[in-house]
Design a protein around this ligand. Structure first.
Ligand SMILES: [Zn+2]
Length: 450
């Protein structure tokens, strides 16, 4: 068997239909807590995944779908729950149980050799971490909502999550890992915070992937001593943004080294664009005055564009900076934006309705819906990366929103046996019934009724 045939076969496990089957298999292992379940738990979870895969604008729209052949053939759903039923069932699901579903998909990505493409530097994968708010309301709230009291005394209830995605500067697609909720913890009266969520995320991440070599990249809010200690404790490398205004002591050390001529530098002139670029770096500086023992390496990247405008970025890292790796480290730091752009903005603006309230529940519903949506996004991203039929269908429709719209139309209009058939139909067209047959059928029904 040739390498390509083997890879193609492995990649079939990464196609939409295979990943849906894999998720269902995992849902089947969830313990049933209800005494007399009126609707199976696996089906309720799969219905949630189907809702976000089809990207229906509301739960009512999904539950109002005519019970059809395709819900069974594509998602294995023999029936659709009512919206109330679905909310009640999913509200009771412990969100932690969904973590292995992300891991299952990740394993397939690894087996299908997709992950290999994402090796970024020194054999490590680049993981972007960032917090995002996905729910906010002045009325609706649950046991896990955080609260924000405004100046006028009104209270907002909100949920956030710490998203984590494997990114690479050469690819638009990201591979989502299980996120960590930033929300009120069981029995707590205080709000949660991103730093605590990051600590929980690291612990879980190392449980799920004990040996995965990664470099975590985050924004400047993360560049504090306790968080850096956590990152080192969990054996992950890091490239974290820093700002001169927020990291005064760090930049004073940099300035002193500059004056003493102890800062190394790499320069590059770009003849094509007229820009000039410099990477200036020092190893072993303290992150701040009160944590002198937390040593980091500082990289300052300065770009002067053709108009003479200067742009400066800076990061701290545990990777020893050398003339031969500083360009790649800076690229890693700048690739962080993919979690905002390719992940959160896609979820908000490209048909996933990330901030739409599909139902909030009393316990876990808001979080379970957010996780199922992220799972649907992960499956879609894998299609975008390695499914030629998906790529062709997307290309034909021109935009994600147009593709999702057409998937919904085809799903409603044709009997299909799989999502692959839908992508195929969008990409290459369907065999439509001829007009002659339609006329004959119409005439026959006319005769029957007269
Ligand atoms: Zn809530």
């Amino acid at each position: 068997m040739s390498q390509t045939t083997a890879t193609r076969r492995l990649r079939r496990h990464l196609h939409f239909d295979a990943l849906i089957r894999l998720a269902r298999k995992r849902f089947d292992t969830f313990p049933e807590q209800r005494r007399c379940p009126s609707y199976p738990l696996t089906d309720a979870l799969t219905a949630g995944l189907a809702l976000f895969s089809l990207k229906d604008p509301s739960l009512l729209a999904f539950c109002g779908r005519a019970l059809d052949h395709n819900l069974y053939s594509v998602f294995g759903l023999p029936s659709i729950p009512s919206d109330t039923q679905m909310r009640e069932i999913l509200d009771e699901v412990q969100p932690d149980q969904l973590r292995p579903v992300f891991k299952d998909a990740f394993r397939q990505v690894q087996r299908g050799k997709i992950l290999e493409d994402y090796v970024f530097l020194e054999g490590c994968y680049l993981v972007a971490l960032d917090g995002v708010e996905y729910f906010c309301s002045k009325k609706v709230h649950c046991d896990h909502c955080m609260t924000r009291t405004h100046k006028n005394g009104t209270v907002s209830y909100y949920h956030q999550m710490l998203g984590a995605v494997i990114v690479h500067p050469d690819f638009a697609e990201v591979i989502a890992l299980a996120p960590e909720p930033i929300q009120r913890q069981d029995g707590q009266t205080k709000n949660d915070c991103e730093r605590n969520a990051a600590r929980r995320w690291l612990k879980q991440f190392r449980k799920d992937h004990p040996h995965l070599p990664v470099i975590i990249t985050e924004d400047a809010l993360s560049s504090n001593a306790p968080h850096i200690r956590d990152l080192l404790d969990y054996h992950v490398h890091f490239i974290l943004g820093v700002k001169e205004g927020d990291h005064k002591y760090l930049f004073e050390q940099y300035q002193q080294r500059l004056e003493a001529n102890q800062v190394e530098a790499v320069h590059e002139e770009d003849a094509a664009t007229g820009a000039s670029r410099s990477w200036l770096f020092v190893n072993d500086v303290s992150i701040n005055e009160s944590n002198q023992e937390v040593l980091v390496n500082l990289l300052v990247y300065v770009e002067v564009d053709a108009t003479g405008t200067t742009h400066t970025w800076a990061w701290v890292t545990d990777l020893t900076l050398r003339a031969d790796n500083v360009q790649q480290v800076a690229t890693g730091g700048r690739t962080r934006w993919r979690i905002e752009n390719e992940t959160f903005n896609t979820l908000k603006n490209q048909g996933y309705h990330f901030e739409h309230n599909y139902g909030h529940g009393y316990k876990h519903l808001a979080e379970v819906f957010a996780l199922l949506m992220l799972l649907a996004f992960l499956i879609d991203q894998v299609q975008q990366k390695c499914n030629a039929l998906f790529q062709k269908a997307w290309d034909k429709k021109g935009s994600k929103s147009a593709l999702w719209e057409t998937v919904r139309q085809v799903f409603a209009a044709f009997e299909v046996s799989s999502m692959a058939e839908i992508y195929q139909g969008i990409a290459f067209g369907f065999k439509r019934p001829t007009l002659k047959i339609l006329i004959d059928q119409a005439a026959e029904s006319q005769n029957n009724t007269s």
